[in-house]
Design a protein around this ligand. Structure first.
Ligand SMILES: C[S@@+](CC[C@H](N)C(=O)[O-])C[C@H]1O[C@@H](n2cnc3c(N)ncnc32)[C@H](O)[C@@H]1O
Length: 248
């Protein structure tokens, strides 16, 4: 089953404020020609790249996330081509010199065969001399993170004057690599009366390096660079991330 980001597209930019990877993407994409961004969402990575002059075609399965992205680009006077598509099964009928899957979003695919399918789609959209960059967490660094108690992450005021509280809790099984985050949004009026509570609980799967490398190979791609972080440090046992540069 797919995680349905349509339901929280109005909230996504309020709670996802990460920017630790933006310098990396700007460096990698600035002179990279046309970029195909898969799982672009509301444009957390897309918008800064568009501002830097990069031409982007954005793919995401969530219509509502893509609408947010187009609205934000429009307000900034920037152009972006968007396609609603499932990364496991899409065909834009053209190739790109650069294909990226940022923010560890391949982990949205909890079935290993779906990762292979998505990588095959990356391959199909890659120009002969092109390169793809995919990002994942390093499974080795997830051990000991089996659970996270419910914690208040942030609160903000809504346009109607109500306050919204954002809570999160996580469960993770290091044997299967499967995790689930429980994101709770509570809306209180000025009297502290709860008006609305929303739950979004996306599942994810953290993959082992050997497994991902085997899937890359079976998709007809080869690894030409492997970094362990967005600072371009080499991939090692204690790296937080696995960032692979891939070519045909
Ligand atoms: C965590 S968000 C990341 C969005 C954006 N890249 C960012 O950095 O904020 C994951 C995104 O992946 C999209 N997604 C999940 N499964 C997908 C699939 N099978 N095909 C295409 N997009 C998918 C979701 O709709 C969501 O927008």
């Amino acid at each position: 089953m797919l995680n349905n980001y349509d339901r929280i597209a109005d909230l996504y930019d309020l709670y996802v404020t990460a920017d630790y990877d933006l310098k990396f993407w700007e460096k990698e994409c600035r002179d990279a020609g046309d970029v195909l961004e898969v799982t672009a969402g509301t444009g957390r990575v897309t918008l800064p790249l568009l501002r830097a002059g990069v031409r982007i075609t954005a793919v995401d399965v969530s219509l509502a996330q893509l609408k947010k992205l187009r609205d934000k680009a429009g307000e900034a006077g920037l152009e972006v081509e968007t396609h609603r598509a499932d990364m496991r099964d899409f065909d834009l009928g053209r190739t790109f010199p650069t294909v990226i899957i940022p923010f560890q979003s391949l982990e949205e695919l909890t079935e290993p065969c779906d990762v292979t399918a998505a990588l095959r789609r990356v391959r199909a959209h890659l120009a002969p001399e092109g390169r793809a960059i995919i990002t994942l967490h390093n499974a080795a660094m997830q051990n000991g993170r089996e659970g996270q108690a419910l914690q208040l992450v942030n609160e903000w005021e809504l346009k109607n004057g109500n306050r919204q509280l954002f809570w999160i809790s996580r469960r993770y099984n290091p044997v299967s690599g499967i995790g689930k985050s429980y994101q709770l949004y509570e809306e209180y009026d000025v009297d502290g009366v709860l008006h609305k509570k929303r739950l979004f609980s996306p599942s994810y799967r953290v993959y082992q390096e050997a497994d991902i490398r085997a899937r890359i190979e079976s998709a007809g791609l080869r690894v030409t660079n492997a970094w362990g972080g967005y600072d371009h440090s080499p991939l090692g046992e204690e790296s937080c991330y696995m960032i692979f540069e891939l070519r045909l």
